[in-house]
Write a protein that binds this ligand. Sequence first.
Ligand code: SF4
Length: 470
Amino acid sequence: MKAQDSRSQEIQSFLSENGLPANFCIAPWINGDLDQLGTIFACHRYDDKKLPLGNWKDQLFSEEFNSKNYQKLRGMFHNNEKPRSCQTCWDKEDYGNFSTRHEFLEDFVRDCKENDPKALAVLEKIKSKNITAEVSDIDRLEVRKSILCNLQCRHCGAESSSKWLSVYKQDPTIGDWSLGVPKTEEDYKWLLYFKNQVMDEYLRDVLDVSKYCRIIQFSGGEPLIEPAHAEFVKELHHNAKDIQLDYNSNLNVKESIIEKFAELWKPFRKILMRVSIDADKKTYEYFREGSKTPLLEKNVKKLHELTSNVLMTGTCTTTNLNVIRFPDVIDWWLELGLLFHTSVVQFNQGVNPRFLPNSLKKLARINFDTYLSGFDQEYAISKHEIWKNDKMWKQMLRRVHKHGYQSLDYMDGGEDRGDRFPEVAVDYLVRMDKLFNTDVLELYPEFDQWKQDFIDKRSEIKYNKVSRRV
Ligand code: SF4
C-alpha cells in the first residue's frame, strides 16, 4: 500500500466516524484565498468561474464569506456532491493522488486529534450540517493584495506583475503571446489597487479576519514593496506568537526594506520565506528581468543574520530553462543556505519543461542523477555552515530528492515531441530575447544543436516595439 493510501484512509475513517460524507472538504469553512483581481477562492485550486464566491476589493470579505454561493458550496459538500469548481481535486483523486482537499483534511484531522479547541469547535458546528460559517473559524488566509512588482520575470505576465502590465499597456499585441493579460477596464482597476494607498475598509476587513488565522500567506507582485504591508504586519502583533506568516518574495528589494521587516517579524511564531529565484547564478538576472544577483545574495545573508524565526526556502518554478541546470541551481542554494523547493510552469507552453527536445530531457536527468551521487553533508558544509545542523541537512536532502524528481517526472510526462525544439518554445524564447535585448543561445550552449531554429525565428519575428525600460 502506498503511503498516501494510508493517509487518505485515515481521513476517510475520520469523516465517517463523524458522520461526514466521503467527498467532504473542510476548506470552505476554514480557509480563504484572495487574489490580485479581488477574486475570492475557497482554496488555491478552486475554479471560481464555475461558482463565483465574490470580490473582496468590492465587498467586505467577512460578509462575502457567507454569500449565497459560499453557502451553496458548503451545502454541496454536506450532500456528498462533487462541485465542478473543485475539478482539480477530483481529477487528482481519480488518478489515486493525494489532493488539495486531502491536504486540508489531513491538517484538520491532526488538529482535532490533538484536541485543538478551535478545530474541535469547527467540527461540532459542521456536524450539525451548518452551511454558514464564522470568520473567526478561518485558520488560513492567502492574500495576494496587488501586482505591484519590481521585476518582470520571463514566466510571468500582466496579471501578476505591474512591470509586465506597463509593457502590455504600451503594446497590447504582447497579449497574443505572453501570459495573463487584463481583459477589462475593471481588471486594470483591481490589479493596481493599493498602489498608492495604505489601507482602506476592504483591506482592513481582510486584516481583521487575519487576526483569527494561524497561517497567513502573502504573495503578489512583490509583497514586501506593497505600501500597506508594513502596517498590515504591525497590526497582527497583538497575537503574533500564534501566527505563522508565509511569503513568496523575490527578496530583490532594498536592504532597508529587509531590515525593516526583519524587525517587524520578530514577534511572530514563524516566518516561512519562499524566495522566488528560479535559476542558477549565471542565468538569474537573465530570467528575472530587473533583478540584481549581489542584492539577492546580500539580502539572504542579512536575513540569516538578523532573524532566528525565519525559515528560508528557495523556490525553483521549473521551466525548460532551469530543469537542465538543477545541479547549478542547487549548488547556488547550498551556498546561500536555502532549502530546495520546486513548482512547475504548466500553462505557459513557451517555458513549460515538457517543451524540450528529448535529448535535453535525457541530459537533465543524467545531470541530476550524477550530481546526487556526490551530494552529501560534507559537500554541503563546504558551501555554507547552516548545513552543519543535521535537521536542516536532512530536510535539504529529502527536498532535493523529492522536488527534483517530481519536476523531472513532470518533464518526462505528456506527449512525445521527438528530438526537436517545439516551435512554441522557440517562438516564446526568441520574443523574450527581442523584448529584453538578450540572447538565449549565449547563456544556454546546451541549445546549440537547435541553433538554426532560433536564428530562423529571430529573422521571422519583427516584434521589437517596446522599450526595455518600463
Ligand atoms: S475540494 Fe479541492 S478545490 Fe474544492 S475547496 Fe476543497 S481543496 Fe479546494
